[in-house]
Design a binder for this molecule. Sequence first.
Ligand SMILES: [Zn+2]
Length: 480
Amino acid sequence: MSGDRECDLLIRGALVFDGSGGAPAVMDVAVADGRIVATGEGLTLAAGEVLEAGGLALAPGFIDVHTHDDMAVFDRKTILPKISQGITTVVTGNCGISLGPTPLLTRDAPVPPLDLIATAEEYRFDSFGAFLDAMRAAQPAVNVVPLVGHTVFRARRVADLTGPASADEVAAMKADLGAALAQGAAGLSTGLAYPPAKAATTGEILSLVRDVAAAGKLWTTHMRDERSGVVSAVAETIDIARRSGARTLISHHKCCGQAAFGLSRTTLAMIEEARADIPLDIDVYPYTASSTVLIEAFARDSRKVTISWSDPHPEMAGRDLDEVAAEWGVDQAAAIERLRPGGAIYHQMDDGDLERILAWPPSLVGSDGLPRDRRPHPRLWGSFPLVLGHYARDKGVLSQAQAVAKMTGQTAKVLGLADRGRIATGCAGDLVLFDPAKIRAVADYDNPQETSAGIARVYVNGQLTYVPDDGAGALAGQLL
Ligand SMILES: [Zn+2]
């Protein structure tokens, strides 16, 4: 700030969703030096810029609690899918997959699903701290909360990934984890549904998660089973959470495959009961299709499978798996074998479960977007506007105020970010100005790479970061 200014930016007459979940109210918000310095009606501070909100809504910048943006944050272009939705903070390193430390100690290539986020060349950081140093130097456009992934530790330290780790291997992983936590990891993620981590015993996970708890950090988990065995996977998660004492977040909670439809009634009841005495939360993305690497079992109980990328057959991205198999004159399994390494979009969930999980008051919103995919799942570009537009405003599954809270205040609380996720004096100037009547996801399964409608301006730490149809914008993100 300079001269007679009392603030850098004064937004006047916005319908403010403050992130608490309470009803919105029209007020003014002043920002100076990257922070909110005043809120209220009729503020008269001398401002560098005055913005008349004129019917637009103002919310805390959205926090995408579940991302695979470890590489994407390095470049404004690859983080555009997020800032164009109003997202100002991303949690990286989910599902056991993080860019640092390198998983390639004794292996030449990243074992799937580690290939979802980076190539062998991109997995170049000797330590988690080196990854964070590079990110700081690159100056990301969004704030980053970085998790470190258990599957990376397994790839580094466990000789036979199809079996449980030996005592020595567990000790080596614990040393890696201790280093990453000391260097700035916000917590540990696990991806127990994936082959390289499936064989990890409850004891192996508990041993690592106890260290996370001792450091006062977060454990997020892509559970062992999100299909017909989802109830026992939730039970295992609650058991580890209770015995370790770690703050725990179940990632992208869902029930996949017809045999699992309706089980969210049971799982939410279990989670609700556990929440009475342990810090346990869940996040969800607002789609009935999942997306990850090509896995036969996932394809088998899907209504439809769309190829999202394939190294040997890049031209097949966007094609229907069964059509490709028919063209090749092979069965689904053989087609998958030919397409690997690759990924897919699996239509395999029920609307009833999705809406139940989304409407459940404590659930948080995360995108789980895959920024490297040639033909990505639309959740990468559209998750947050889809919740605010389709699910809140149009379908009434939840209110827009509740939706905003699931993207901001509730999330900041789970992440321990005391000065984010709310519009209040002293909080960071992460803000999104949007039209509550027009906000809408434009990206869909047919056209997945479209910016959303109804987002007017996005500020990160007080700096203007995104305006539609304008390539410019600040790089003002911080490592949190
Ligand atoms: Zn996952």
